[in-house]
Structure formats: C-alpha cells, structure tokens
Design a protein around this ligand. Structure first.
Ligand SMILES: Nc1ncnc2c1ncn2[C@@H]1O[C@H](COP(=O)(O)OP(=O)(O)OP(=O)(O)O)[C@@H](O)[C@H]1O
Ligand SMILES: [Mg+2]
Length: 582
C-alpha cells in the first residue's frame, strides 16, 4: 500500500529504536503469558492440592510480573511517542517546504483551508498511527502467537475449536475495512471544507460585518459543520454496526470454552487449573480480534490522510528550474517581450506582446482594468510562464535562469499589497534583512513612508496587524513600495503602487523615484498618466494587446487611446505640472 511505503521512508532513521521498542513489546507480550499460567497453578497446586506454602511465592511472582509489564509498557509507549513526534515534525517541514515551491497557479486554485487541514488534522492522523498503531498491531500479533502456543500445549483440540471461530472475525473485519474507507475519505474532505469556511470568514470578517451578513455566514458554517458531523456519523454507523458482530464472535469463544472446557474437566481430560489458564489465554486470543475493528479504523484514517499529503508532496510545480539553469547571472536590466501570448485557462489574457527596453529605462504601462497589465509584468519574474513567444532578460529567456537568481534581482511592489504581522521596519526590510537603518530610512523616504511615520508613537517599530491591519490603504502601499525599493535590484516593478495615495503624494513619490540615481529598469503600472508620462516607453494595453507604444509625446501626437485618456485626466496635470502640459 502506498501509504505504508511512504511512511517507511520517514521512520527509517528510527529503525533501531523501533526494533528496540518492538523488542520491549515482545517481552511484555511474553510476560502477559505468565499470569494466566500462575493463576492456573494457584488453582491446581494451592486450592486443589492444598500446597498452601506455594501461595505466597506465586502471588509475589504475579505482582513482580505485573509490575514489570507496566514498566516496559511505559517505556515502549514513550519510545513510539518520541518517534511519532519526530516523524510528524519532519512531515510538517516537508509539506511546508513543498508549499514554498508551489507556483501562483497552485495558490490560485487551492483553498487555504485545505492546506491547513494537511498541516493539522492529517498530520495528527499520521502521528497517531506511528505512536499507537505500529506497536499495537505487533503486540496483538505476538499475544496471539504466544497464546496459541500456550493453548496448544494445554489442549490441542480445544484450541482448534477456538480457532474455528477466528475466520469469521477476519471476514467481518475485512468487510468493515472496505466499507469504512470511503467514509473516512469523506471525513477528510469535509474537514478541509470546514477549515476553508472558517479561514475565509476570519480573513473576510470586515466584509461580513460591512454587509451585516453574520447570520448568513453562521448558516454557511452550519451547513459545513453539519456535513462534517454527518461524515463522522456515517463512518461511526458503519463502524458501530460491525463492532457488535466482532465483539459478539469474540465473546462467543468464551461461551464455547466454558461449555466444552467444563465437559473436559468433568471427564478429567484437563485439570480445573488448566481451564483457568486457558480462559486467561483466551483473552490474549480475543483481544486482537476485538481490537481489529478500531485498528482498521485508525489505519483507514491514516491512509486517507497520507493520500492527501502524498498528493500535495508529489505535486510538481509548473514553474520550476530547468536542468542546468543559469545561476550566476548578474541581471543588467534589458527586457524584451517577443511575440508573447499568455493564458490562465482557456482564453488568452495577453496576445502577441512585443516590446523591448534597455537597462535603466522606464516602461509605463497603462490600460483599462482587466486589460492585462498585471499579467504582463507577472511574466518577468516567472510567476507564470507564457504560452507562446519568449520573455528575455539581457537576451536570456527567463525560463533558462534559476528562479532564485531571477527573482532575487527583481524588486516588486504588487497590486494586492500584503504586509506581515511585524514591525513597519521589519516589513520594509523583508527582502533585505541585512539592510542598514540608513538604507531602510532612505527607501522609506523615497516611498513617502516618512511622511506619515511620525503619526505612530513607536515609529518604525510599530507592529502592524495581520495583512497590515492598522494602516490605511495608501500607507500600506507606501510600505510595500519601500520594501521593493530597498532591494535595489536591476529591475523594479511597481504595479499600481500609488493608486491609493492622494495625487499630491503620488506626484512627490514619482518625482523622488525619478530623482533616484540608480541604473534600474522600472515597470510602472498606473491608471494616471501623470505617473507614466516620463517613461522612456509607454505601453497602452487593451484586451491583452498593446494597442499603442511610444513616448508620451509620440503617443499624444498619435491622437489615439492614450491621447483620449490624457484628455480625460488633463485637469490632474494642471494641478501639479502646469508648465509640463503640452
Ligand atoms: N489568477 C488568474 N486566473 C485566471 N484569470 C486571471 C487571473 N488573474 C487575472 N486574470 C484575468 O486576466 C485578465 C487580465 O487581468 P490583469 O490582472 O492582468 O488585469 P490588469 O490590467 O492588471 O487589471 P487592473 O487594472 O484591474 O489591475 C482579466 O480578464 C482577468 O480576469
Ligand atoms: Mg492589475
């Protein structure tokens, strides 16, 4: 089975510890054989034959054996607990590492709740398997073997009679495992859905409140909660319907033993003490049968969880390094798009994009919403790969560059700003933690962070909430801009980075950006012409096509779409740049 093959690799480092643990289990199982034997001896030698002097030594032996078994039990449980914690630690680490390697497409299509379920509930099922099931199965197996040996040595035919019942137990146990498996898979799925609803609700709690949709959300949650309950209920019903049968068959053995064993005692075929021993060993034969139900239950739970985790661990990201990817290239910043077309799903979001910029030049990108501006710049750091054509940096196809080499040399302030729950300084220095305070303050001043930082008593040490809660939209954008600037890379992408700041601040930021004395190829996406008009080349996008490209003056002279946008925004210019307006 795939799950067992998979977990084998994880527990291999603990091979000898497992062997030692199982050795302790073996001794404990052996010790469990001693007490029924001693009890039989007490009945035969002490009670029946009146050898009362034997009572005390036998009782002392009983106590020592019980004590020893308990101590060993403690130690092997601790050993398996230790192995399970370490194994799951490694599995969680691998899942997390694998998550870091996944591409945008994966996160576009996977719910956060599903991922959280992998890291929590699913790993817990694995922990339980390693901590409990491995030794339980071995323990039960050894008890069964030892008990059979002891029972055969007392009376073979009585043992065979007991064994005649076991195939039925095996059959029902197998039936149970087959029936309950889909039910456990369903539990895992419902757990994921429940997680997703909760996670989305927490992330979107402000929208929920704004639209007064609390009751609706509670109902949505109730549906998922109920689905989860039903899934458990279905699995329990299956399980519970088999359990009495398994249990009943096991108890039936005791009835048969009393009946047949009693007759054998009366006929003097076995002694009363031997019947007592037999009855004691029957527990060791019975117990594995009784446990079979829940062992199968837990194994199914384990295998359902591992299936889900293996699925994630084996998912190969589409965006990955090619063999012998170029590692040591210092990007200069020449960027060329050659016949680039790109689609997320069925329809193309970008058609036949062609343009070229030299290192140090600025590209302005303008166009209506959904025209493909973000999609276009996302192809430069390979967040997605284009379907046709090629994106070249310094004449090298981006697919040839090692991902870390490529991305570490591109600074980006994304349209959808994300800040970590950390200090403002920590957020700015995210891409370059080794940056000096001077560098950080410099990028903060270009991004206009210093204009508002004094409003926070703790300044740069102010801790921002999750996703930057506690800051205004424009403040968040400016921190994200400072974060991108600090990396001082040869390519800088600013995706609508000043859309939430007022026009005066935007103007100041763009003037500061222009004044930066740095050879950096900049891609500036904006809706306002004032942000892009100084670019060396401006791309006007519409429905995924570049419909116009050129400098501000060239495009105005064309009297096309750019000119129209300019006309609509001309008032904005008059406020700040009157002398620059054509
Ligand atoms: N992750 C995605 N999966 C599928 N389709 C997407 C995805 N992101 C964007 N699209 C689609 O691609 C097209 C271009 O989107 P894009 O985000 O590039 O537009 P944009 O020009 O940046 O718009 P805006 O000015 O609103 O930011 C849109 O039709 C959008 O629906
Ligand atoms: Mg966009």
């Amino acid at each position: 089975m795939r799950s067992f093959q998979w977990i084998k690799n994880y527990i291999r480092p603990y091979k000898w510890l497992i062997v030692f643990g199982l050795f302790l289990v073996l001794i404990t199982s052996g010790l469990h054989m001693v007490n029924p034997y001693l009890s039989g001896k007490i009945v035969d030698d002490v009670i029946k034959n009146g050898q009362t002097d034997l009572l005390m030594p036998l009782v002392i032996k009983l106590i020592i054996v019980t004590f020893l078994a308990s101590v060993l039990n403690y130690f092997y449980k601790m050993i398996f607990e230790h192995i399970s914690q370490n194994t799951v630690f490694q599995i969680r680490k691998d899942i997390y590492t694998q998550l870091q390697e996944q591409d945008f497409m994966y996160f576009d299509t996977t719910r956060t709740g599903d991922i959280m379920a992998r890291l929590t509930g699913d790993t817990e099922a694995i922990r339980h398997f390693v901590a409990m099931i491995i030794f339980t199965v071995f323990n039960n197996f050894m008890l069964l073997i030892f008990a059979l040996v002891m029972m055969f040595s007392i009376n073979a035919s009585l043992t065979v009679l007991m064994l005649a019942i076991t195939p039925f137990i095996g059959f029902f146990a197998y039936q149970l495992s087959q029936t309950v498996r889909p039910a456990f898979m369903r539990i895992r799925e419902k757990f994921s859905s429940l997680n997703s609803v909760v996670q989305e609700n927490i992330s979107g709690n402000r929208v929920v409140k704004a639209f007064a949709k609390e009751l609706y959300e509670i109902e949505k949650f109730t549906v998922e909660n109920d689905g989860y309950r039903q899934a458990h209920w279905t699995a329990s019903r299956i399980w519970e319907s088999y359990l009495p049968v398994l249990d009943g068959l096991a108890s039936f053995m005791s009835v048969v033993l009393i009946l047949v064993g009693g007759i054998l005692v009366i006929k003097n075929k076995i002694t009363l003490g031997q019947l007592v021993m037999f009855s004691g060993y029957l527990w060791a034969l019975n117990n594995p049968m009784r446990s079979l139900g829940w062992i199968i239950n837990d194994i199914q739970r384990f295998s359902a969880s591992t299936e889900k985790i293996i699925e994630l661990l084996q998912r190969s990201p589409r965006i990955k390094n090619v063999p012998n990817a170029i590692k040591n290239h210092k990007i200069r910043g020449n960027v060329t798009f050659r016949d680039v077309s790109f689609k997320y799903g069925r329809d193309y979001a970008l058609h036949n994009i062609n343009f070229s910029v030299k290192a140090g030049e600025t590209v302005g990108i303008i166009g209506s919403t959904g025209s493909g501006k973000t999609s276009l710049v996302n192809l430069i750091p390979r967040f997605y790969d284009c379907n046709k054509g090629e994106v070249l940096i310094d004449g090298i196809n981006v697919k040839e560059l090692e991902l870390h080499t490529l991305r570490s040399q591109i600074g980006i302030a994304m349209q959808d700003v994300f800040l970590f729950s950390n200090t403002i300084e920590g957020n700015i220095a995210y891409g370059k933690p080794e940056a000096s305070m001077d560098e950080t303050l410099w990028s903060a001043s270009i991004a206009g962070v210093d204009e508002f930082i004094h409003k926070f008593p703790e300044g740069y040490d102010t801790i921002v909430g999750e996703r930057g809660v506690g800051l205004s939209g424009g403040q968040k954008q400016r921190i994200a801009l400072a974060r991108a600037l600090l990396t001082q890379t040869s390519i800088l992408i600013l995706d609508d980075t000043t859309s939430s700041v007022d026009m005066e601040t935007e103007h100041r930021i763009h003037t500061a950006l222009r004044s930066m004395n740095r050879k950096q190829t900049k891609f500036i996406i904006a809706h306002r012409i004032s942000s892009v008009k100084d670019a060396d080349i401006i791309l006007v996008l519409d429905h995924g096509c570049i419909i116009e490209q050129g400098s501000h003056e060239e495009l105005l002279a064309k009297r096309g779409t750019y000119y129209q946008i300019f006309q609509n925004q001309v008032g904005d210019f008059q406020d700040f740049d009157e002398e620059e307006v054509v």
